[in-house]
Design a protein around this ligand. Structure first.
Ligand SMILES: O=P(O)(O)O[C@H]1O[C@H](CO)[C@@H](O)[C@H]1O
Ligand SMILES: O=c1cc[nH]c(=O)[nH]1
Length: 234
């Protein structure tokens, strides 16, 4: 057991899907995996292991925001030997053409977090996804006819931001969607030489004000999870 995950050695797969919401972790495991076991209920941040078409896969909730995700990702990498980590999250679109229900594959992640500012002092690190995972997800999305976009995410520390003008500026420089974890995931995975990617379903569009219903979220999260599982089990 690590500090925040109650799994015994060997109970967590090399490949781990990372939804922010622990109930989404349970839904993914029970909907898509066979032979599922729950390895951790610490703080209700549920974790499961099962198989997808013969490949062993775990699903671990991370909570919201980079400090929370960083705890789980660090322990998965440092104590359980995880090698491939894919966040399966929701995001807000920052541009009109990236519509609700579309899938965003996060090539890189800008951030307003102080985590990397402290880690790299005066240097500005560019948190970047693993290319083989990006390619695998793109191929799966194309084959499935999923509407998807590949681009830069904004991993913010503040869901409720006082400075919307600053995210507008990021949009002017090519950022397409906002979420709260990808930058920490890419950075910590790189430190451990592991592969990482964030795939997100657009739950709301900050330009048009459109939002998905709970039903739509479940259905479209399914598309994202299927293409991700297909990519990691290929
Ligand atoms: O749906 P999840 O994976 O939690 O992701 C998004 O939703 C949460 C905010 O509501 C943040 O964690 C953000 O990144
Ligand atoms: O972090 C997030 C997630 C979904 N929608 C948003 O606007 N922000």
């Amino acid at each position: 057991m690590s500090t925040h995950i109650a799994a015994a050695p060997g109970e967590i797969a090399d490949t781990v899907l990372l939804p922010g919401d622990p109930l989404r972790a349970e839904w993914i495991a029970r909907t898509y995996l066979d032979d599922v076991t729950c390895y951790s209920r610490v703080r209700n941040m549920l974790g499961f292991t099962g198989t997808y078409q013969g490949t062993r896969v775990s699903v671990q909730g991370t909570g919201m925001g980079q400090p929370s995700l960083a705890i789980y990702v660090h322990e998965l990498l440092a104590e359980y030997g995880a090698r491939t980590l894919v966040r399966v999250g929701s995001c807000g679109s920052m541009v009109e053409h990236v519509r609700i229900r579309d899938v965003v594959i996060g090539l890189s992640a800008a951030t307003d977090s102080s985590m990397n500012a402290l880690r790299f002092e005066g240097f500005h690190y560019a948190p970047t996804a693993d290319f083989s995972l990006v390619r695998g997800c793109v191929e799966r999305a194309e084959a499935a006819g999923t509407t998807f976009h590949v681009g830069q995410l904004f991993s913010t520390d503040s869901f409720y931001h006082d400075r919307a003008d600053l995210s507008d500026r990021l949009r002017d420089y090519g950022v397409i969607a906002v979420e709260m974890e990808a930058a920490a995931l890419y950075t910590i995975a790189a430190k451990f030489g592991a592969r990482a990617l964030s795939v997100c379903t657009v739950s709301d569009n900050l330009v048009t004000g459109e939002q998905t219903t709970a039903d739509e979220r479940e259905r479209t999260f399914g598309e994202m999870v299927e293409l991700t599982l297909g990519a990691v089990s290929a």
